[in-house]
Design a protein around this ligand. Structure first.
Ligand SMILES: Nc1ncnc2c1ncn2[C@@H]1O[C@H](COP(=O)(O)OP(=O)(O)OP(=O)(O)O)[C@@H](O)[C@H]1O
Ligand SMILES: [Mg+2]
Length: 450
């Protein structure tokens, strides 16, 4: 619920405003002097409405206290006729707005609602900006193995050039990460990095996605739409899962790569491009070429500077540094204290097969950090795959026992999923699961999740 703090010494006025706000669903706190007003300020407030003249001071003191502690909380001043100058000064010093007495409470409500909406947008903007900065920052790359060093050497050598790079490796080995790193280390780093996943976009849409279309190119093409190549101009385009591209599009792509120019779908105008191309595939492209699924000439055009990222099981020295990196990443993200990995858990991590490579390791660590309640991550936290939720049922078990056990398995899985979704926030998980907080705690204990 949204809470409003009203500081007003005239009781009849305070009561009237309280009623008006409550009728609109707000929770209202009141104070009739500056001292109590200041001690009622908290981060949970949605807005503050304060009278300018108060028995022990001025509304300006309220304003100052709010702005110092919680700059995002909007403050609206109520002023008597004749103190407009002070009100204007208040706005200069950070008040959201002022309203002159006498006023219609609906008018104040309107101001407050607008202030809250604007504050939410400002907050979101700030969060997005931070996210975006993180996105712009060079990705953190972890690894100590010789194989990883070799990858990094190649990355550093090729990054400053415009050379086309082909990144190969199993799923989850870090191909996209390497592509982003190359872009960040290049002189194009301030220009866009545009990724297109050739396997994820339906075949009949992909040409349009890559090259855009002219207005009226086909029914429904009401507006001109630039494609990803155009959006990547002066920057880098990342053609992910290139092995999944069908042959007609491969021909078109080859032409674009050879000539550095293209036409939009349904267009005749030739558009010149300055784009650095990085492609990636988890398939063995040479094999695809030999069976005729991938054009040989396109392969050679892309394979100018290949970088192969070995699977994690072939560079096991990287497992622990990566695991520790992800532990600290997720602990920070979930506001948990620093966590260590127990040595038993470490030996277990080192010996796993890691078919899903670094991505699998990252997911396993995320889950362990969510479930962890002590200072160290113990082996059991890493140990459950989706299947381990299934309880072992003896073959001669009666039906009613099977039902109970199936229900328990399903509950367990559901609880773990909810905890994952909420990054371990139990009260929010309880809301999702529609059980009380206490019930959830009991179940977590019963099922030993965490
Ligand atoms: N050396 C590394 N250091 C830090 N994080 C890494 C490293 N390698 C991979 N990761 C992380 O692992 C995850 C998977 O990496 P990425 O998406 O780059 O793999 P991919 O090879 O493109 O996988 P896919 O073939 O499934 O698309 C990402 O979250 C990435 O940040
Ligand atoms: Mg990828």
């Amino acid at each position: 619920m949204q809470t409003i703090l009203i500081i007003e010494d005239k009781k009849s006025m305070a009561d009237m405003l309280t009623k008006a706000f409550q009728a609109e669903g707000f929770d209202v706190k009141t104070a009739d002097n500056v001292k109590d007003g200041i001690s009622s300020i908290s981060s949970g407030l949605s807005a503050v409405v304060t009278d300018l003249k108060l028995p022990d001071g001025s509304g300006m003191d309220m304003l100052k206290a709010v702005k110092e502690g919680f700059p995002f909380i909007p403050v609206v001043m109520m002023t008597a006729y004749g103190s407009i100058e002070t009100a204007v000064r208040a706005v200069k010093e950070g008040a959201y707005d002022f309203i002159t007495k006498p006023f219609d409470p609906d008018h104040l409500l309107l101001i407050i609602k607008r202030a809250i909406a604007e504050r939410n947008i400002a907050r979101e903007n700030l969060i997005l900006k931070k996210e975006f900065q993180r996105f712009l920052a060079a990705p953190e790359m972890v690894g100590i193995s010789k194989a990883w060093d070799e990858v990094m050497e190649k990355v550093k050598k090729v990054a400053p050039l415009k050379t086309t790079v082909l990144i190969l490796g199993e799923s989850g080995t870090g191909k996209e990460l390497v592509a982003r790193a190359i872009h960040h280390m290049s002189i194009r780093s301030k220009e866009p990095f545009v990724a297109i996943n050739c396997a994820a976009i339906p075949k009949d849409l992909i040409e349009n996605e890559m090259f855009g279309h002219e207005k009226g190119a086909f029914t429904g093409a009401g507006e001109l739409k630039p494609g990803r190549f155009e959006l990547a101009d002066r920057g880098t385009i990342f053609l992910d899962e290139i092995g999944d591209m069908d042959t007609p599009l491969q021909s078109r792509l080859l032409r674009v790569l050879q000539e550095n120019e293209f036409e939009r779908v349904g267009g005749t105008k030739t558009i010149k491009l300055d784009v650095r191309v990085i492609a990636a595939s988890n398939k063995n492209l040479e094999k695809e070429v030999s069976v005729g699924w991938f054009r040989e000439d396109l392969f050679y055009r892309l394979n100018v500077f290949p970088i192969f990222i070995p699977p994690l099981r072939e560079r096991r020295e990287d497992i622990i540094p990566l695991a520790r990196h992800f532990v600290s990443l997720f602990a920070k993200e979930m506001n948990k204290p620093e966590l260590s990995i127990s040595s038993e858990a470490e030996s277990m991590l080192i010996t796993r097969e890691w078919k899903g490579n670094v991505r699998e390791l990252k997911n396993v660590v995320e889950r362990a950090v969510i479930l962890c309640e002590g200072p160290a991550l113990m082996p059991e936290l890493f140990n459950f795959s989706e299947n381990s939720f299934r309880e072992k049922i003896p073959s001669d078990a009666p039906l009613h026992e099977i039902a109970g056990s199936a229900a328990r398995s399903a509950e367990k899985a559901q609880i773990a999923e909810a905890l994952k979704k909420t990054h371990g926030n139990k009260s929010r998980a309880a809301e999702i699961l529609k059980v009380s907080y206490k019930t959830l705690l009991n179940k977590i204990k019963e099922y030993r999740i965490g």
